[in-house]
Design a protein around this ligand. Sequence first.
Ligand SMILES: [Zn+2]
Ligand SMILES: [Zn+2]
Length: 315
Amino acid sequence: MQLLFLGTGAGMPSKQRNTTATVLKLLDERGTFWMFDCGEATQHQILHTTLKPRKLEKLFITHLHGDHIYGLPGLLGSRSFLGGDEPLTIYGPAGIKAWIEVTLATSKTHIKYALNIEEIEEGIIFEDDQFIVEAKFLEHVIPCFGYKVTQKALPPELLIEKTDALDVPRGPLLRQLKEGYDVELADGRIVKSSEVTGEPKDGFQVTILGDTKFCESSILLSKRSDIVVHEGTFDQETAELAGLYGHSTIIDAANVCKEAEAKHLIVNHISARFMPSDIKNMIAQVAHYEFPIYVAEDFAEYDWSNGLLKKIPRE
Ligand SMILES: [Zn+2]
Ligand SMILES: [Zn+2]
């Protein structure tokens, strides 16, 4: 899994940061990617990456402010034009369906794939054999969701050197062993699944929050997540503005993470008032927290594997 930040700015695009769009790359897990919010010009940002719009499988909208949705109509149209024919599901708060349908209808944008738009409530909004997605209302100036993505435990790995040592023939018996069944070999010996498989591996848990002030819901949703993506529109010196506009400071974000006992924090949705040279100062304000904290810039990408989060160096 990788997290790719296409836009990390707040309110309006700036030269440094486009408006919000966060990609959860699940190419290894399911051959697709999911997106959280789609600020204006997100499809322009995609052009600078290796993402293929036809592989966009799910889009989660946190709230209906323009800096989170103005990129939708263009991206939805291009996805069709670029040959995307797999269904796409959009999840979001009440109002998202009408807004998309009116925009597409009045601009005569014809979409050739099945577009499902689900206006959601709090709770589990999606589940299959791999993933669970849970939504929870946060505290912003309009209704705004946070989303938690939980990957289910991965089946234990089949240890092929062990099956070879026991002379288990390659073929269907291996699949049965991998799926947890004990098998009988042609010579009558019984091979136990537990003898030839590794430990089951926990999946990851990543919580991607929308615009919000510091609130209990963020903590509850983020509980023990491996990664929390939290807005940090402001910093210590501008904390008053955060309170005024229903936003957070980077310190609020760190406190949510700490109280939730989460393992890593990535901060996005940074006000345009902060120049790249100010980011050091922002990070210094949260240097004393005991977990790693990153401030994402546009196109920053983080890889999650074997329980470790690593920033992928940009070419
Ligand atoms: Zn915003
Ligand atoms: Zn907002």
